[in-house]
Design a protein around this ligand. Structure first.
Ligand code: KIV
Length: 285
C-alpha cells in the first residue's frame, strides 16, 4: 500500500473518516503501528520525557530527536511521518527554522515537521518552511515547550481571552500554510468552533471530538508510570506486563530454571575434547 498523502488526510475533513495519529520513538513501535494501520506517526518531542528521561520536552536536542526519528522512519511504510522540531531550533530566524526542518527530511525522511505555537514569529517560521517545500503540522492550545509561559501544563481556552487566542493562533497557522493542526488540552466547545472555522483537519489531544486524535504511545499502552493527563486513556497495561516479564526472568535466572534444556545447543562429536585441549594449550598443563 502507498503512503497516505496530504490530500487524502485533508479529504477526511469532508468525509468524516477519523484520522488516527500515534507517537513513536523507535523501530519496533513503528512496526507495530504500521501493522495496526495507523494513518499518521508523530515522533513527538514527548520522547524527551518518555524515552530519554528528560524532565521536560524543552531539553531535547535535534540530534537526539533525529536518532529517534530515523529509527521510526525505518519502521514506517504507509503511515505519514511527522517529526517535532526541538525547542530553540526554530526560534531565532526563518533561516534557522528551514535548516532544522531540512535536517528532518534529509536525515530521517520525515514527511512533515510539527511546530508549536502561533504567534507572529512562529507564523513566519511556518511560512518559510512551507515555502521551502516541507509540509508543516501546527500545534496550538497547550504547547508543552513553552508551558512555563502559559502558566504550567494546564488546559488552554477556558476563559474568553484564552479561547480567542487559541482560535486566532489556529487560523494564523492555517493561513501560514500548515496542512493540519494539533489542538491540545482545550475545551470541547472551543474545538467545535475551530472545526467550524478551519478548512484544515483538527487533530485533538485532550480537545474532545475532532477530525483526528493523537495520543502518546506510552500513555495508550499503559507504560507511563504515575499520574497521566486527564485526557489519557490506557488501552493496555504493557508497563505492568513488562515488570512481570522481567521479574519472572530474574526469578528463573536466580533459581536456575532458565535456561532450560530447550534453550541450549548440543556440542558435536569431539567439540568438548577439543575445547579442553585448547584450554590446556593456552593455560599450560
Ligand atoms: O510531543 C508530542 O507527543 C506531542 C503530542 C502530545 C501531540 O506533541
Amino acid at each position: 500500500m502507498p503512503k497516505i498523502s496530504i490530500p487524502q488526510l485533508q479529504e477526511r475533513k469532508r468525509t468524516g473518516e477519523p484520522i488516527v495519529m500515534v507517537t513513536a520513538y523507535d523501530y519496533a513501535t513503528a512496526r507495530a503501528i504500521e501493522r495496526a494501520g495507523v494513518d499518521m506517526v508523530l515522533v513527538g518531542d514527548s520522547g524527551a520525557q518518555v524515552h530519554l528521561g528528560h524532565p521536560t520536552t524543552a531539553e531535547v536536542t535535534t540530534e537526539e530527536l533525529l536518532v529517534l526519528a530515523a529509527a521510526v522512519s525505518r519502521g514506517t511504510d504507509t503511515a505519514f511521518l511527522v517529526c517535532d522540531v526541538a525547542f530553540g531550533t526554530t526560534e531565532e530566524s526563518d533561516a534557522q527554522a528551514v535548516a532544522t526542518a531540512v535536517r528532518f527530511v534529509k536525515e530521517a525522511r520525515a514527511d512533515a515537521v510539527k511546530l508549536e505555537g502561533g504567534n507572529a514569529a512562529k507564523l513566519s517560521r511556518i511560512r518559510a518552511i512551507v515555502a521551502a517545500g516541507i509540509p508543516v503540522v501546527g500545534h496550538v492550545g497547550l504547547t508543552p515547550q513553552t508551558a512555563t509561559a502559559l502558566g504550567g501544563l494546564r488546559a488552554q481556552g477556558r476563559t474568553g481571552a484564552s479561547a480567542a487566542r487559541v482560535v486566532e493562533e489556529a487560523l494564523g497557522v492555517q493561513e501560514a500554510g500548515a496542512f493540519c493542526v494539533v489542538v491540545e488540552a482545550v475545551p470541547t466547545e472551543v474545538t467545535a468552533v475551530l472545526r467550524e472555522v478551519l478548512d484544515i483537519p483538527v487533530i485533538g489531544i485532550g480537545a474532545g471530538p475532532a477530525e483526528g486524535q493523537v495520543l502518546v504511545v506510552d500513555d495508550l499502552l499503559g507504560i507511563t508510570e504515575g499520574r497521566t493527563a486527564k485526557f489519557v486513556r490506557a488501552f493496555g497495561s504493557i508497563g505492568d506486563d513488562t515488570v512481570a516479564a522481567i521479574s519472572a526472568y530474574a526469578a528463573d535466572v536466580r533459581s536456575g530454571a532458565f535456561p532450560g534444556a530447550e534453550h541450549q545447543y548440543a556440542a558435536g562429536e569431539g567439540a568438548v575434547a577439543a575445547a579442553r585441549a585448547a584450554a590446556t594449550r593456552v593455560l599450560g598443563a
